[in-house]
Design a protein around this ligand. Sequence first.
Ligand SMILES: C[S@@+](CC[C@H](N)C(=O)[O-])C[C@H]1O[C@@H](n2cnc3c(N)ncnc32)[C@H](O)[C@@H]1O
Length: 206
Amino acid sequence: MKYNLGCGRKVYADWINVDGFDTRADVLADVRVVGSWSTRGQADQIRMIHFLEHLTQAEGCQLLEEIHAFVLKDTGTIEIEMPCRTKCLALAAFDQTSKPDWNVAPFSGVAGIVGDRVGMRDEWFKWMVEHADHITKFARLKMFDEILREYPEWQQVGDVHQYVWDTQELVAAMGAMGYVTRIESPQTHGKRSHRDMRVVAIKAEP
Ligand SMILES: C[S@@+](CC[C@H](N)C(=O)[O-])C[C@H]1O[C@@H](n2cnc3c(N)ncnc32)[C@H](O)[C@@H]1O
């Protein structure tokens, strides 16, 4: 069995596509509740593409532990792609505000930390352009808080990134859970390979 968790509109044939909000999913469920979408010990492959950052760190750890203990076969693999915190912060601090583009610094870095909401991104973009003259390197790193204060509705689950992992931090956490991990490059998703990570893991050493 193959599960695509937090599928959004990227629904794959021959996979069980799970999402908590997007009705294109095969299973509408909260991924954090493992029993609501999985069959015990039956998963050959799990994919989380730009999903894990939508959970808090504690929720992400619990999900990865439960997947390891209850969902994956011993030969099962998990692929995770999402922004890397260290890369995002470095990009967000980059001094270039004249040509805003979500795929280049500093905007790509800020988007990696904050996330976005369909329909709101233009508003947020405008905010950044209007404030560009006042945005120092340091202030830009603090932008996350300011944006959320101005647009509190972005804090809804599914819209805003709850916790942005660092690549090495994720690898260490998964190693402690028993996964055998490797960092791969490039990612399969999007145009921001300079900002994102791809970590692939097997449940146990073959
Ligand atoms: C940024 S989208 C990624 C979509 C897709 N995987 C892709 O690569 O484009 C994150 C998805 O996670 C879903 N999501 C967020 N929190 C969730 C939760 N607790 N349970 C299930 N789905 C959730 C959202 O509805 C959204 O579709």
